[in-house]
Design a protein around this ligand. Structure first.
Ligand SMILES: Nc1ncnc2c1ncn2[C@@H]1O[C@H](COP(=O)(O)OP(=O)(O)OP(=O)(O)O)[C@@H](O)[C@H]1O
Length: 493
């Protein structure tokens, strides 16, 4: 049998009334890619934080190569060869790749920074890892996929042979994902353990050797990947069969709820974008091609020139509040910073924008929040729990629940299923389709092509701040969208 590199045994961790990890066992063997899956709030991040020394378990043991260890900080875990790449990168954008990799662990010679040695070591790592990174490049100029490689190299430079990746493909393009998976397999072949936390079950099938399923803090299944499939995994995670709905019903298309004309902001130049009542209009593109700027200008978070009309009203000079009053609901991508107040309770977050006469009464507010939490399956410690205590996916559900509840003519949603589990994807897709069927319009910006293909009536493809193609549902395939992106990139470069 392959050597056990790290074993978590009987790990229990409580946060107040919530048992995040309940007597969890996890064995990571040298040279394997081990996927850890589970619903939002199942305890995956907590378990990885225990392994990385940033959360102390209430009970249980960590065994490194058979010897019990105790990590009181990530520093201790790093010293034991455990590295972690978080979803949000911790890099200095103005510094070079090499300086980022060595930061805090600089090689010295007679007390001084040994630049030559640093350069050589980083160059050797880049080579060994098979990365296209240039050690001298400035990190701020790199696309997400390469920034992630800098994070991975940082861990490897510090001697990690256990690498924890927390939803690493959430911010990657399909091509970057392929590159990451090739690198992950290469690391595993050299004996490194890769622990992969993900919601994407097809990726589990593609890259992992074994998979552990958590449900409500407990391990409910652990098996070789070859002996399972996405459907069985989804069932183990949720206890039921998941059916992801698609846009297969005609809807009654009404008046325009969004008309953007000749809008310019930053790199973006949008001649025309129209969303009608009863339509889901998608925007596809590699992240960083102007989609966020276009959305921010549309919802009033970014200055622009040109015209924006919401539900027939010219809101070009209005701020976010004015646009909301005209009929806008908005689910932003950055739900932590823009979409919610992390230091307030879930109840307060749900109430924002919903205050009406008499609603300030705590009991009424609480009922409203409890009802929304129930209908949207938000799991956590209840309406009084702090927003910051929710798992990522549950926080997303809170924002979506609040915005859908406005029943506004136009919903603008940016990557609404990023980081949420399969059960929640099933739910969010159904909600967006119901919203459309009820005669509202949706502008859906998504990095997930499969999501746009499942839901959109029409997809605009954005490259370098411009729409380069509009594809109607009848012709909508991943291949068509992919070709539109590639052709435009070739013409523009
Ligand atoms: N610092 C904290 N304070 C209070 N509760 C917490 C804290 N961290 C996690 N929890 C709770 O512990 C449970 C497990 O959360 P965890 O983040 O580990 O889940 P997860 O499986 O990683 O979810 P997701 O897929 O949504 O990221 C959740 O109910 C969460 O609300």
């Amino acid at each position: 049998m392959t050597e056990s590199r790290v074993r978590l045994a009987g790990i229990t961790k409580r946060f107040g009334p919530v048992v995040a990890n309940d007597d969890v066992d996890l064995e990571l063997r040298a040279g394997e890619v081990h996927a850890v899956v589970g619903e939002n709030g199942a305890g995956k991040s907590t378990l990885m934080s225990v392994l990385y020394g940033s959360v102390r378990p209430d009970s249980g043991q960590i065994l490194a190569r058979g010897t019990e260890v105790s990590f009181d900080s990530p520093r201790a875990a790093i010293a034991a060869g455990i590295g972690m790449v978080h979803q949000h990168f911790q890099l200095f954008e103005s510094m070079s790749v090499t300086d980022n990799v060595i930061y805090g662990a600089e090689p010295t010679r007679r007390g001084l920074l040994d630049r030559r040695r640093a350069r050589e070591r980083v160059a050797a790592l880049v080579e060994e890892y098979g990365s296209p990174l240039s050690p001298t490049a400035t990190v701020g100029s790199l696309p997400m996929g390469l920034r992630q490689q800098v994070e991975i190299l940082k861990a490897l430079y510090r001697g990690a042979d256990v690498l924890i990746l927390d939803e690493p493909t959430a911010v990657l393009t399909p091509a970057e994902t392929t590159l990451l998976f090739t690198s992950i397999r290469r690391l595993a072949e050299r004996g490194t353990v890769v622990a992969l936390v993900t919601h994407k079950l097809d990726e589990v099938m593609q890259v992992s050797d074994r998979v552990t399923v958590l449900r409500q803090g407990k391990v409910v299944a652990a098996m070789p990947t070859t002996s399972t499939n996405p459907r069985a995994l989804a069932r183990a995670m949720t206890g039921r069969d998941i059916e992801i709905a698609t846009n297969d019903q005609p809807s009654t298309v009404g008046a325009a709820v969004l008309e953007v004309t000749d809008l310019r902001t930053g790199m973006v130049h949008c001649d025309e974008l129209v969303v009608r009542a009863g339509e889901i209009v998608g925007i596809a593109g590699v992240a960083g091609n102007g989609q966020s700027e276009l959305v921010q200008a549309t919802v009033g978070l970014r200055p622009s020139v040109g015209s924006v009309r919401i539900a027939g009203r010219d809101v070009s000079r209005e701020d976010v509040r004015g646009r909301r009053a005209a009929g806008l609901a908005y689910v932003p991508e950055d739900r932590g910073a823009v979409g919610s107040a992390r230091s307030l309770s879930v109840q307060d977050n749900l109430a924002v924008g919903h205050y009406r006469k008499g609603w300030l009464k705590p009991a009424v507010l609480r009922r409203f929040a409890a009802d929304l939490m129930g209908r949207h399956d938000v799991r956590g410690a209840g309406p009084d729990a702090l927003m910051s205590s929710l798992s990522g996916g549950n926080a997303q559900k809170v924002v979506l629940a609040r915005e859908l509840e406005h029943r506004a003519p136009l919903l603008v949603a940016e990557n609404p299923t990023q980081g949420v589990d399969v059960g929640a994807i099933e739910y969010i897709h159904r909600e967006l389709l119901d919203y459309r069927a009820a005669g509202h319009g949706v502008l859906l910006v998504s990095n997930e092509l499969s999501e746009l293909i499942a839901l959109a009536d029409r997809v605009h493809v954005m490259v370098d701040g411009r729409f380069v193609a509009a594809i109607d549902r009848a012709d909508l395939t991943e291949q068509r969208v992919g070709e539109a992106m590639t052709n435009a990139t070739e013409v523009l470069s």
